[in-house]
Design a binder for this molecule. Structure first.
Ligand code: UT7
Length: 316
């Protein structure tokens, strides 16, 4: 377990943006292709619709530019693009190179693959660069096109996945919007629970992932809260990875946080892997739920298995 506490140089989130493909697919539409139903999907997962289409780089560029605009920053002020994705456009180059070019960024670019935990992992990497004095301002993006690695003749995974991207601009500052703490971990002996071979489709043992997910989300969240000197009672908002509404409910209950404090977007977006946390963050901002001074928990888990939680104080 990697522990992170903000050191001498703080890092703040100063702008965020998101993007989803135009096509939205309903449960009803999916049930015309596989043996499932709207009732089953809503009851077992909380999903009603999801977006399909686009490219990982295209969605990332759109989200990244929206985040830059909200932050009031120019592309040439960015030291690097860090792209969390498990669905790169190509094996080589890293999709972040396409995003760097498309955004007009002149700094560096690299990909991070920690499956659905990727965005929080990427945030912690950003913090490391900033705390070390190696970077001043970065764009951190989670972008996925899971639909392109999904077998739509198989009902287990195909009902869950969605495509989209979310991005944040982070800066070296001790001002408002600080990342307070984070914890990340992995257990590679569980990699057989969720994988995709080259040229293949996603394969998942849903029940085992579900069981493990709740415990690692709770454990890493409690660790990050403790590192920030906070308890669950201090949390104003929880932005969880959107994999299953029942996982979010169970994790909130075990953490002792009312479920109403969790941001829910799974009904509209499905599971967008590393894009789900930044997409939910932007949703909370745009709906007016995310307010300056709030203590916010970001928490995710995914293939590997990996998990990561971060606590921040929103700056506005
Ligand atoms: O992003 C991180 C990675 N992914 C996750 O976090 C996913 C975690 N797991 C899950 O969300 C859930 O395990 C699923 C949603 C994938 C499955 O829900 P479940 O409650 O664990 O269902 P199950 O696999 O135990 O299946 C229950 C029943 C079975 O029928 P029988 O054997 O009881 O007759 C399945 O055959 O539901 C059936 N079933 C379906 N029925 C309609 C399974 N999938 C479907 C489906 N539509 N899509």
């Amino acid at each position: 377990m990697v522990l992170g506490q903000v050191g001498a140089q703080g890092m703040a989130l100063v702008g965020c943006g998101s993007a989803v493909p135009a096509i939205s697919v309903s449960n009803q539409q999916l049930s015309e292709r596989v043996d499932t139903s709207d009732e089953w999907i809503v009851e077992r997962t909380g999903i009603r619709r999801r977006h399909h289409g686009g490219t990982t780089s295209g969605l990332a560029i759109e989200a990244g530019l929206a985040a830059l605009e909200r932050a009031g920053r120019r592309p040439d002020e960015i030291d690097a693009v860090i792209l969390a994705t498990t669905t790169p456009d190509q094996i080589v180059p890293g999709t972040s190179a396409v995003v760097q070019d498309g955004m007009g960024v002149t700094g560096g670019a690299f990909d991070v693959n920690a499956a659905c935990s990727g965005f929080v992992y990427a945030l912690t990497v950003a913090h490391g660069l900033i705390a070390a004095g190696a970077a001043e301002r970065l764009v951190v993006i989670g972008s996925e096109t899971l639909s392109k690695i999904t077998d739509f003749t198989e009902r287990g995974v195909s009902i869950l996945v969605g495509d989209g991207a979310g991005a944040v601009v982070v800066e070296a500052t001790d001002g408002p919007g600080q990342l307070l703490s984070y914890r990340m971990g992995a257990d590679g002996s569980l990699r057989h629970l969720l994988y995709c071979d080259h040229g293949g489709h996603l394969v998942m043992n849903g029940k085992e992932v579900f069981r493990k997910a709740v415990s690692v989300v709770v454990e890493s969240s409690q660790g990050a809260l403790a590192d920030a000197g906070l308890t669950a009672d201090n949390l104003d908002l929880v932005v969880p990875h959107q994999a299953n509404l029942r996982i979010i409910g169970a994790a909130c209950q075990r953490l002792g946080v009312p479920e109403e404090k969790a941001v829910i977007t799974i009904d509209r977006y499905g599971n967008t892997s590393s894009a789900s946390i930044p997409l939910a963050l932007v949703d909370a901002l745009e709906s007016g739920r995310l307010q300056p001074g709030m203590h916010v928990l970001l928490t995710g888990f995914g293939g590997g298995m990996t998990w990561a939680s971060a606590v921040l104080k929103w700056g506005g």
